[in-house]
Design a protein around this ligand. Sequence first.
Ligand SMILES: C[S@@+](CC[C@H](N)C(=O)[O-])C[C@H]1O[C@@H](n2cnc3c(N)ncnc32)[C@H](O)[C@@H]1O
Length: 215
Amino acid sequence: MGVPIERLTAAPGVTDPEPFAGPDHPMRKLTRAVAFDGEWTPDRAAKVSALFDGMAAEWAARLHSSKLAPVIDALDRGGVARGGRWLELGSGTGAGTSVLAEQFEAVIALDLSRQMLLHAPGHLAPRVQGDASSLPFAAGTFRGVLILNMLLFPAEVTRVLAPDGVVVWVNSLGDQTPIHLPVEEVLEVFGPGWTARTADAGTGFWATLRRDVLR
Ligand SMILES: C[S@@+](CC[C@H](N)C(=O)[O-])C[C@H]1O[C@@H](n2cnc3c(N)ncnc32)[C@H](O)[C@@H]1O
């Protein structure tokens, strides 16, 4: 069995994020409830969808640049193989999708919020409106799943991931990201038999996770 968490040196140019969202942020509480206890209901889904529908135009108008560095570094140093199908969960207005689309030919962008998807550039990847708690894909479909500032639904991620696939978890504002889990907790959520590699990059961090037995 490998070392559970392999920590790489920080990428060049790392900076601390501005204080933004601490442990009491409502989205942080929801993140933990979903990841650890599976507390996701149709009512919650409707509220989260409406919340992001309402923020979509403003979200699209913001610069994406701070989100790109950790995604690019994860794909570069995270032990990510080239090729295969990729899925981005909670793809929003397309920050992460833009990086994936440059490096992989078959990318799908999925989000709960119709408005967030409508504000994402349509040429990057097919956009699917759906709920990451119940994905419309067959088991083992994807070689990679990108989760950038998005809630973690470990059972569905595990199901749609190929046996040798990789999960890329990114919090682009580190522990100031509203939807944040540290790498130790992401690994705990996936359970025994998984290992992680992680590094700080930009104003955030990334972790790549894979099933240990198949490395
Ligand atoms: C904080 S935003 C991040 C968007 C984008 N990844 C980024 O970093 O700019 C979270 C996104 O996850 C989506 N989302 C939340 N819950 C979801 C779910 N259960 N299934 C799919 N998408 C979801 C929201 O609609 C929103 O677009």
